[in-house]
Design a protein around this ligand. Structure first.
Ligand code: SF4
Length: 246
């Protein structure tokens, strides 16, 4: 028989409709069998103990990116995090940082989407779109592989220390997405699109402390993308200065 162990879950509770009630931790005691995920526990708390608890979830398999949160100080998806992986009997759950709390573990992702939209996250063509698909070689596809894996969970955005002091900073996910299209053999966006991120709110804002890489549940490396964009801009400037045409 599988033995369940008791865990204490301390969950940060807040409702922005009731700002007079300050954010505070509420404690729940739950019996957990080995291998149960944090998301499964949250569902149980909401269904059986406290129906007022708010959190986001959908796919339950690390594909939709909805259930990103801070668990015992670590940012990750609740659906792929097993309770016993912490090796602790108390689990503290908090919403993603760098975004306003709407309720409990649900944050307002408007600033994240606003930054994402700024980099035009879609294929841009100068030539007419052909009737059939635009083919890519395996090598060309491999260049964008890691960036295509992004599920827009905002774990990197929550982990980024630059956003906490500069809300205008584009952030790791948006810059990684721009790189994804710049590297895409089918994309023909004008250089001006890359020039738009040539600022302290763009590629030069990054502290390169790699917290986004550490937080990403899909092994995307946003800092590498930012360094790539910096190199691109630097080479362009050098060519301009020295009159190199190629
Ligand atoms: Fe999430 Fe990683 Fe995409 Fe950031 S880069 S939004 S952490 S999947």
């Amino acid at each position: 028989m599988i033995r369940a162990s008791s865990y204490t879950f301390k969950i940060l509770r807040f409702d922005r409709k009731k700002p007079e009630e300050k954010a505070q931790f509420k404690t729940y005691r739950v019996k957990v069998v080995p291998g149960l995920t944090v998301l499964a526990v949250l569902n149980r708390i909401r269904d059986e103990i406290d129906g007022t608890l708010a959190f986001r979830s959908s796919c339950r398999s690390a594909v939709c990116g909805s259930c990103a949160m801070v668990m015992n100080g670590k940012i990750d998806l609740a659906c792929r995090t097993q309770v016993d992986s912490f090796g602790k009997e108390t689990i503290i759950l908090e919403p993603l940082p760098n975004m306003e709390i709407i309720k409990d573990l649900v944050v307002d992702m408007t600033p994240f989407w606003a930054m994402y939209e700024k980099v035009r996250p879609w294929l841009i063509r100068s030539k007419p779109v052909p009737e059939n698909e635009i083919r890519q070689s395996e090598k060309e596809r491999a260049r964008i592989d890691q960036f295509v894996n992004c599920i827009l969970c905002a774990c990197c955005y929550g982990a980024c220390p630059v956003i906490s002091r500069d809300p205008e900073y584009l952030g790791p996910a948006a810059l990684a997405k721009l790189t994804r299209f710049v590297l895409d053999s089918r994309d023909e966006r004008p250089d001006a699109n890359v020039e738009e991120v040539n600022s302290e709110h763009g590629v030069w804002g990054c502290d390169t402390v790699l917290r986004c890489i550490e937080a990403c549940p899909k092994d995307v490396r946003p800092t590498d993308a930012i360094i790539d964009l910096r190199k691109k801009l630097f080479v362009k400037k050098a060519k301009r200065l020295f009159g190199i045409r190629r």
